[in-house]
Design a protein around this ligand. Structure first.
Ligand SMILES: NC(=O)c1ccc[n+]([C@@H]2O[C@H](COP(=O)([O-])OP(=O)(O)OC[C@H]3O[C@@H](n4cnc5c(N)ncnc54)[C@H](O)[C@@H]3O)[C@@H](O)[C@H]2O)c1
Length: 385
């Protein structure tokens, strides 16, 4: 098997997760990283044993050895880096959201469709095995006609006014924060499972800390050091939402709602959904990723527990470990890479089936949805997509 050399741009939280996920797939090599923070670049190259390190992403994109680029930097940089990588003839995996404006996202989707390159937005949560099982149940008609879809994506890492990150600033993260950052993961997962398309939205967004305290010097995450509020922080006005409540309607008139909240004390990173159909309901949450609850009106409810020895054949391809050896976040990233690189190696697969990863076209729809959610919150009206 020939080795595909991959470059990863950004070595923060998710950049490191990409590096690990790429390395778990045979035939791939993390050939280079690009990182603007020189100290972190040196640390990543040394500790992760990466052959080449660049302080500038353009140098990585120009490296002729590299066939494929993963973009793992703040949202406002996705557009320009993805565009440069596509124009240089590289396959591209871009972190979500694809861009911070609909016009940029549409331009990337159209650039991608004009080229014989494989592109994906890293909506990795689709790749939990139980999510694919849920999708199969729906495809097989096990739920019958749908009535409603509900859910939430809750975190608490931005609860305190001293919690700070580049995502809070619209210049880096885009004009939507909580919805763009985690809400689009939920919508992508629901669209993937149900195959349904949202056609209108109504939303209410709230910023509970209109000002936050930004540390004047960099502090490491989870640091317990006591800091002097007056002297060591500066007050920054916040123009992105801490939470959003969204009502939506699919093309077939099924309705639903979603709450996203990055100030939900005790909820670290919990995505949950419930889908109610005429024959049964299904529900899942990411804290218990190997279980799917199936609810009935006329017989006892069931818990489907992931077990490759009894799972249906289609889903079996997406699970590696025996039952009770939980498969979670990192495994979903590995599965994403297996799917993405099977299309890179065998482009004729596109003629056989639709890839399971989100394409740039789907990523652009999520960005459009962000714009409409923000528009609805401002106008207090239902907005059509
Ligand atoms: N799919 C997921 O589950 C998931 C999870 C977390 C983050 N993300 C996405 O990944 C992206 C990065 O988020 P993160 O949490 O890893 O952020 P982070 O702050 O932990 O890491 C970002 C890294 O990019 C580097 N960087 C910034 N500008 C750069 C440039 N011009 N060139 C090279 N490197 C640069 C920073 O120095 C930092 O190391 C965001 O778009 C976010 O939405 C996705």
């Amino acid at each position: 098997m020939n080795i595909i050399k991959v470059g990863v741009i950004g070595t923060g939280f998710i950049g490191k997760a990409h590096i690990e996920g790429i390395r778990r797939v045979p035939g791939l090599e993390v050939w280079a990283v690009a990182e603007q923070n020189r100290e972190q670049l040196e640390k990543s190259v040394k500790e992760l044993s990466i052959p080449r390190g660049y302080n500038n992403y353009t140098d990585l994109i120009e490296d002729p050895e590299i066939q494929s680029v993963h973009i793992c930097v703040p949202n406002n940089l996705h557009y320009r880096i993805a565009k440069a990588a596509l124009l240089a003839g590289k396959h591209v995996v871009c972190e979500k959201p694809l861009a911070v404006t609909t016009s940029e996202a549409n331009e990337l989707a159209s650039l991608a469709s004009d080229r014989a390159l494989v592109t994906a937005v890293h909506y990795n949560l689709r790749f939990y095995p139980v999510i694919r099982y849920a999708r199969d149940l729906i495809k097989q008609g096990k739920l019958g006609r749908f009535f409603t879809v509900h859910g939430s994506y809750l975190q608490d890492w931005l609860l305190l006014e001293t919690d700070y990150n580049w995502r809070l600033e619209s210049g880096s993260g885009g004009k939507s924060r909580a919805f763009a950052d985690i809400g689009t993961h939920w919508i992508d997962m629901i669209s993937f499972i149900t195959g349904k398309e949202i056609v209108k939205v109504f939303s209410e967004m709230k910023t509970l800390h209109p000002e936050r305290k930004r540390p004047k010097k960099e502090i490491s995450t989870f640091s317990n050091s006591k800091m002097d509020l007056e002297n060591e922080y500066e007050s920054i006005p916040i123009d992105t939402e801490d939470m959003a409540v969204i009502l939506f309607e699919f093309r077939d008139n099924t309705i639903g709602n979603l709450i996203v909240n990055q100030m939900a004390a005790g909820r670290k990173n919990r995505l949950a959904f419930e889908i109610y159909g005429e024959k049964c309901s299904i529900s899942w949450n990411s804290e218990v990723p190997d279980e799917l609850n199936i609810g009935y009106r006329d017989k006892p409810n069931e818990v489907f527990f992931r077990d490759p020895s009894v799972i249906n054949n289609q889903t079996f391809n997406y699970t590696d470990l025996p039952a009770s050896h939980n498969e979670g976040f990192s495994d979903a990233i590995k599965k994403f890479n297996e799917e993405f690189y099977s299309f890179v190696r065998h482009p004729d697969l596109f003629t056989e089936r639709k890839p399971d990863f989100a394409t740039f076209k789907e990523g652009a729809l999520e960005v459009k949805l962000c714009d409409k959610v923000v528009e609805s919150s401002k106008s207090k009206m239902w907005i059509k997509l």
